[in-house]
Design a protein around this ligand. Structure first.
Ligand code: ACO
Length: 196
């Protein structure tokens, strides 16, 4: 099945957050990740699986419930979801990418690339990998690798000079196999939390 063509249903529910053709030519040979068997964004290994940008209709396909396996999502209404989708699309720089199981119309994997525009390094772009999650009943089947490599290659394709992430210690190995490195003296994540 691979990547779907742009289509719309009139009320915009099938509208993509970003152009799906951006996922079409990613060169998985550029990634150090080892896939056994070989899979990619266009050929995810099963004809019922598709890797694509987020759509508004993913509200009904369990996208938020999937994010609930990563962290607290809250009770996001359809209006809130649509508004946030529109804001992300308008401002640009948000590449929320999902894996759908077409047999049951459910989102089973997701990862987000956000792109920061910089003045430094000659007005460069920096990518951040956020909100990576695979549905727990589909884990251990390379989908985590697939979605992370997809958005990491997308970042390269879009011209990011660097891609960064924050993760728990136990996932360091997972990300190292995908090309991420702990840089000596420069690998601390710090947060200031505001109670809302
Ligand atoms: C930047 C961020 O967003 S960090 C947040 C990451 N997300 C989460 O923690 C949410 C809950 N966890 C998940 O959704 C999943 O476990 C993921 C996304 C981390 C991994 O998804 P999976 O589909 O299971 O990964 P996949 O099958 O591609 O596994 C790849 C390799 O990483 C290893 N791995 C996967 N998850 C873990 C883990 N939690 N701890 C240690 N190793 C792991 C696997 O053993 C596998 O190794 P192998 O290639 O040697 O067999």
């Amino acid at each position: 099945m691979g990547i779907e063509k742009i289509s719309d249903d009139g009320d915009g529910k099938l509208e993509y957050l970003y152009p799906p053709h951006l996922l079409q030519n990613l060169d998985f040979n550029k990634s150090p990740a080892i896939f056994k068997p070989k899979i990619s964004a266009v050929q995810p290994g099963e004809d019922w699986m598709v890797v694509r940008p987020l759509q508004k209709s993913d509200y009904d396909k369990g996208f938020l419930q999937l994010l609930g396996q990563l962290t607290n999502v809250g009770n996001v209404t359809r209006k809130q979801f649509d508004d946030r989708f529109n804001q992300m699309k308008q401002s640009g720089g948000y590449y929320v990418t999902v894996i759908e199981d077409k047999r049951i119309s459910k989102i089973i994997g997701a990862a987000t690339l956000t792109i920061e525009q910089k003045f430094i390094h000659n007005c460069s772009l920096r990518g951040r990998l956020e909100d990576v999650v695979v549905n727990d009943t589909y884990r251990g089947k390379q989908l985590g690798k697939l979605i992370v490599v997809t958005v990491s290659l997308l970042a390269q394709e879009l011209g990011c000079y660097k891609m960064s992430l924050d993760c728990k210690d136990k996932l360091i190995k997972f990300y190292e196999t995908l090309g991420y490195k702990l840089e000596a003296g420069n690998s601390n994540a710090m947060n200031m939390r505001t109670l809302l």
